[in-house]
Design a protein around this ligand. Structure first.
Ligand SMILES: [Zn+2]
Length: 124
């Protein structure tokens, strides 16, 4: 009976209803953010604090420009890495562990094309 506990996402009707709900929720959230922003606009300090605690992948270019030089350099490297990995024709792992590291369960590796970190660790 476990199978019946999960909705069947394969039917077009259900998929459409999920898309609609998600879009409605997203619209509601955007509207609420707009209302709060209009009621109490962020101060420059609040904005900087928010930008600093937001994952860099979610920041706009304008928000990144508020970071200190180290933060901006980090953001630039992050964006370059994401673009490089996204353009990869297909990740192919090559091991970069020494035999000793492998024996300890540290299986370092990276993609031969884009350099994506493909390490895994089986040590306990
Ligand atoms: Zn790759």
């Amino acid at each position: 009976m476990l199978d019946n506990a999960f909705p069947d996402f394969t039917t077009p009707e259900l998929r459409r209803s999920i898309d609609r709900t998600t879009e409605e929720q997203a619209t509601a959230i955007r509207a609420e953010i707009g209302r709060r922003e209009a009621a109490a606009p962020e101060t420059a300090d609040e904005r900087l604090a928010r930008v600093k605690r937001t994952p860099v992948g979610l920041l706009t270019d304008e928000e990144i420009s508020l970071l200190d030089p180290d933060g901006q350099a980090f953001a630039a490297r992050y964006k370059a890495r994401v673009a490089r990995e996204a353009a990869c024709p297909g990740h192919e792992r090559v091991s970069t562990s020494t035999r000793e590291e492998s024996n300890r369960g540290q299986h370092k590796g990276e993609c031969r094309h884009c350099g994506k970190n493909m390490s895994w660790d089986s040590s306990d």
